[in-house]
Design a protein around this ligand. Sequence first.
Ligand SMILES: C[S@@+](CC[C@H](N)C(=O)[O-])C[C@H]1O[C@@H](n2cnc3c(N)ncnc32)[C@H](O)[C@@H]1O
Length: 272
Amino acid sequence: MSDNDRSSLFQSRSVPENYRRYLHPAVFAPWADRLVEVASLEAGQTVLDVASGTGAVARAAARAVGPEGRVIASDVSPGMLEQLVEEPEAGAAPIETLVSPATELALPAGSVDVVLCQQGLQFVRDKVTAVAEMRRVVRPGGQILVAVWIADERLEPFDSYGESLRREAIDEPFPHAWDSNSFKMSADRLREVFDAAGAGPVEITSDSRDSVWPAPDAAANGILGTPYGLAFAGLDDIARRHARDALVARFTEPDGSPRPLRASVLFARARM
Ligand SMILES: C[S@@+](CC[C@H](N)C(=O)[O-])C[C@H]1O[C@@H](n2cnc3c(N)ncnc32)[C@H](O)[C@@H]1O
């Protein structure tokens, strides 16, 4: 597992838009509903969503804590947070956005009831400082709940995205791009990080689900919302068509319908 800093990978203009359009609805919003269910949020709570991206978790949390609650969506990328701007939902808490690295949360100590973080921790180089920051901002009696993809297990559609680019024999577009485990974490690594951050003991569970796509094309276009997106867009026309056709074929069932794509997650929960 590499600990490279990947905080810049979601900063370009096109990645956040495509993330919001393709990946948010099919992959991240359904997982966010699951995360919020696992968190058992209560009405009126204050929730911080770290590495919130386009706000899938923040929105699910806002519905769960209701209008008396408070949700703060923080991320290092202003471009990702800009995609979160939508009308507040009736019956949901308002969502505040905070541009802030996970390692330096601009919030007072003990100011939130629950910290949630979905598929963000693996991108932070200094994971121990990030979890120590989560611990600092949670009040006594509160909880931290982090979700990451499971190391050493196939992860769709993301592993297919990396493979489709790699087959075009281009240089690795960013450090560890070809190491799919660098987007995932193991239970041992999570335990090590939480313990070192003084946030242990951590309780770890796992879950799997299929993402369901409107069409194979949409699943293929999802690559544009990932760190691979810029390299994919920069391929010459022939290579791009070749890579895209390979993705569409992989994401299509024999009857032409979109193939459900499996991913597995670890949930790491610490109670303060
Ligand atoms: C795969 S996205 C997950 C977004 C969101 N949690 C979701 O479930 O849709 C990863 C997010 O982590 C953010 N990120 C990466 N490094 C970060 C850091 N050091 N501090 C805060 N956010 C970071 C990225 O900007 C990106 O929005």
